[in-house]
Design a protein around this ligand. Structure first.
Ligand code: HEC
Length: 129
């Protein structure tokens, strides 16, 4: 390819980029800021360490299996331990912070404030994979 052609591709790409940036910067207040992506990886170690010994493929009291993201989505009687974006309506959080009883982990030390906060943040950001 010749140099002129290459330059025009580069400038076309630059232009697209500017347009994309301009669209992204719609006036504040008109659009909600896109929520930060918080992945399941931020909470999985907590479930792995504190929940999966009881909530796994073989045993799943309360119909709760916390061994993977997909199992978690399928968990809970009548579907749904999670209301994405609404931690205060998510059973998953309400059982660990003691709002709902028996508090989880069942008959064991409660999660730390930091762990509970991490779960809250993850749900608030959409409970994504
Ligand atoms: C020592 C075993 C054990 C551990 C560890 C444990 N659970 Fe449970 N979990 C249970 C039992 C047993 C029940 C059923 C309680 C009942 O119905 O009285 C239950 C029920 C639940 C329920 C309620 C389901 C419903 O809608 O009724 C949720 C949510 C839950 N567990 C989440 C968790 C989370 C999150 C963790 C880790 C932070 C955890 N559990 C750790 C034993 C455990």
């Amino acid at each position: 390819m010749n140099a002129r052609f290459a330059t025009s591709i580069v400038s076309a790409a630059a232009m697209c980029c500017c347009v994309a940036i301009a669209i992204g910067q719609s006036p504040a207040g008109k659009r909600k800021a896109p929520s930060k992506r918080v992945s399941f990886a931020t909470v999985q170690p907590i479930f792995q360490a504190k929940c999966v010994s009881c909530h796994n493929d073989a045993r799943h009291p309360g119909d709760v299996n916390l061994s993977s993201y997909l199992k978690l989505l399928e968990s809970g009687p009548k579907g749904g331990l999670l209301v994405a974006g609404q931690p205060d309506k998510s059973k998953l959080l309400l059982y660990v912070d003691g709002t709902k009883q028996p508090r989880m982990p069942f008959r064991q030390a409660p999660l730390s404030k930091k762990e509970i906060a991490a779960i809250r943040v993850w749900i608030a950001a959409g409970a994504r994979s």
